[in-house]
Write a protein that binds this ligand. Structure first.
Ligand code: FUB
Ligand code: ZN
Length: 668
């Protein structure tokens, strides 16, 4: 029983949390990001993205003749260094990271979703013009990646491990499909199809074709998307080929001309190519790469009914969500290689937890759901969304986090090299700006994660306010959803259809809710299965299902194998994790001990003119002043005074200047 995401055209947001977020994307994020891609944001790291397309398409001055060696220009890229250049002294060459093209692709995808949610002629015109620039860069054979077009095509596909051509192709494909679905305009889609055909003629199982596969995954799921929109089976087969080749020995990449050879042992774990994917059980390596691969694997497993591939997806899912995920839905604990660490190694103050990694986790969760209707997948989707993903952006939509720590001391971020990656304040842009436009495309398409459908059933995984429509046997069934998530668990769903339909409705019961309360019309039958309530019957206009998912604020503790959180507690209400910030509580948050057996009081707090819930928790602190001469002293019992800490939603932290922050607090 495979699900498909609903088309965004079938959802109209109603006032509430997600309408506000989508409006923020439309009114602030997209224009700001377009300026960033065109290097017009003062004081921000330059992007060079649109400039590279213009150089490649000879829209600026003549581009240089092919011949400049790719490796002279950009060394092996694994981390996130910025490329410092003074924009006044630019030559007609490629600037930035090898995957700079993908910033445009994510942006155009976000624009597409926004145009569906809210038609906007001016934005569409800007997007069309951007597409013209991008398409101008395409070579006659269909190839479209500015790094090699500018630097010399003789190097193309020679460094699949590090140089991201197939990654850029994947993002471009996703953007093109979305733009076509939003506007019906084929220009970018046709360009992508020509690029896909070129790639398909180059790679594949047939004799004489290249047996390589992407060093940074995404092409797999993108090809599936292209297959779904074109019906062209070759694209699905190519996705399958990339998945099947991965990790085969001898390693394809060993024969590429790399700048750096890897040692013996499990080579290529960083790229999840250390062994064939069906034999992988533990999530390893670069976290974004990993979850993009797992998303593609789940897609292909579903479409080809490949049970072995599906089993691998399930094992990897357990590895991530039971051993390698922060309470905020952040993944990829280590800043070294932006990677997963060993099981239960989840440090708070050096956490990497890249925004893109949690976005990828959401992509993957939806694909797991598409294969198996189990609320657990949607629970993780919701957790990552309301915490790490939203934390990736400030409340104005113009400042971004790449890294999402669970504990910050600004002085350490400035002075301790081990924590340089942990920023206490969001940035205007990044040399490697993968996260901001990724966030824009995800937030703009949240309804496609909230709702999926099978032939006769509409699934509601996330409870977001709006009107959702499904076609069943030629009749339209629509439901109006009112919801005050993520702050409270009341949801009502009203049938809006003009006629009776045989539609079934399945609503997820969130994992954080112990026992739901229901009010259902007598002629609508229901039962619960795998965390979903299934409703069916003779729907009549106005039928209303009222659901209450009691949402209590609670203390949480981590598995004792997580060394960094032992003896600590975190606060969570429903899907939202709370944190303490210096601005509300003063400095030295580490000196507080929380009284986790005391009740938590709920209140409100203003952050940047917006009202948020806050939690007041009881804590104690030593009363005696420490003798500053002593670094150490003999232990003696000290008197403690009771005090209170104010906690705010984690995603809203760092909106009031630079200050300390802690999610996990010491327990008394
Ligand atoms: O390599 C492309 C993107 O840049 C990755 O997905 C991010 O982790 C960043 O390294
Ligand atoms: Zn990123």
């Amino acid at each position: 029983m495979n699900h498909n995401a609903i088309s965004l055209q079938h959802f109209k947001a109603a006032d509430g949390f997600w309408k506000d977020e989508m409006e923020l994307i439309r009114t602030k994020v997209l224009p700001y990001q377009w300026d960033s891609l065109n290097d017009r944001v003062e004081g921000a790291a330059p992007s060079y993205c649109m400039r590279n397309f213009k150089i490649a398409g000879k829209l600026l001055k003549e581009r240089k003749e092919p011949g400049t060696s790719a490796k002279d220009l950009v060394s092996t890229l694994r981390g996130c260094e910025s490329v410092p250049e003074d924009p006044k002294h630019l030559e007609d060459k490629f600037y930035g990271f090898v995957f700079q093209d993908s910033d445009f692709s994510k942006w155009i995808e976000a624009v597409a979703y926004s145009l569906i949610n809210h038609p906007d002629a001016a934005l569409e015109k800007t997007a069309d013009e951007a597409i013209d620039i991008v398409c101008e860069a395409q070579l006659d054979n269909g190839y479209l990646d500015t790094f090699y077009i500018i630097n010399g095509m003789e190097q193309a596909f020679t460094n699949l491990r590090d140089h991201h051509e197939l990654y850029c192709f994947g993002h471009l494909t996703e953007g093109a499909v979305a733009y076509y679905e939003a506007t019906g305009k084929r220009k970018l889609l046709d360009a992508v199809i020509r690029f896909a055909d070129y790639i398909d003629s180059y790679f594949g199982p047939e004799e004489g074709k290249c047996k390589g596969y992407p060093g940074h995954e995404i092409a797999e799921m993108a090809l599936v998307r292209l297959y779904e929109v074109t019906g062209e089976e070759r694209y699905l087969k190519l996705a399958q080929f990339f998945i099947d080749e991965r990790g085969k020995q001898p390693y394809y990449w060993d024969n590429e001309k790399h700048l750096e050879k890897l040692g013996e042992g499990e080579r290529y774990a960083y790229n999840q190519a250390h062994r064939p994917v069906r034999e992988q059980e533990e999530a390893v390596g670069h976290a974004v790469r990993a979850v993009y691969l797992y998303s593609g694997m789940a897609d292909v497993a579903k479409l080809t009914k490949d049970e072995k591939l599906w089993d691998a997806c399930k094992k990897l899912w357990d590895s991530v969500t039971r051993q390698k995920m922060y309470i905020t839905g952040g993944i990829g604990a280590s800043h070294i290689e932006e990677a997963f660490s060993f099981p239960f190694d989840l440090p708070n103050d050096t956490a990497y937890a890249e925004t893109c990694a949690s976005i990828g986790l959401i992509f993957w969760a939806r694909r797991m759901l598409a294969y198996e209707t189990k609320a657990e997948y949607a629970d993780i989707m919701e957790l990552a969304l309301y915490n790490t993903v939203l934390a990736g952006m400030d409340l104005s939509g113009t400042r971004f986090f790449y890294v999402n720590p669970l504990e910050v001391l600004p002085e350490a971020s400035q002075k301790d090299e081990r924590k340089y990656h942990v920023k206490p304040v969001r940035r205007k842009w990044f040399g490697c700006a993968c996260c901001p436009p990724n966030l824009a495309r995800l937030v703009g398409s949240v309804p496609a994660y909230a709702f999926t459908e099978t032939e006769d059933t509409l699934y509601m995984h996330l409870h977001i306010a709006g009107e959702v429509t499904k076609n069943v046997q030629g009749k339209e069934a629509s439901f109006a959803v009112a919801s005050n998530l993520p702050w409270a668990g009341n949801v009502s769903i009203t049938y809006q259809g003009q006629q009776e339909t045989a539609v079934k409705l399945a609503v997820r019961v969130p994992g954080w809710c112990k026992k739901e309360k229901l009010n259902v019309p007598a002629h609508i039958a229901y039962h619960e299965e795998n965390g979903y309530l299934y409703f069916s019957g003779d729907w009549q206009k106005g039928d209303m299902i009222q659901l209450e998912f009691p949402m209590e604020v609670k203390f949480y503790q981590a598995n004792p194998s997580v060394r960094e959180t032992i003896g600590k507690v975190a606060v969570k209400k429903g899907p939202v994790v709370y944190c303490a910030e210096g601005v509300d509580n003063g400095e030295s948050l580490h000196q507080y001990q929380v009284l986790a057996d005391q009740p938590i009081e709920e209140g409100t707090v203003q952050i940047c003119g917006k009202q948020f819930p806050c939690m007041k928790i009881k804590a104690v602190k030593d009363m005696e002043a420490w003798d500053e001469k002593n670094l150490y002293q003999e232990y003696h019992l000290t008197k403690q005074q009771e005090t209170e800490l104010t906690l705010i939603p984690y995603y809203a932290w760092a909106n009031r200047g630079e200050n300390e922050m802690m999610v996990w607090l010491r327990q008394h």
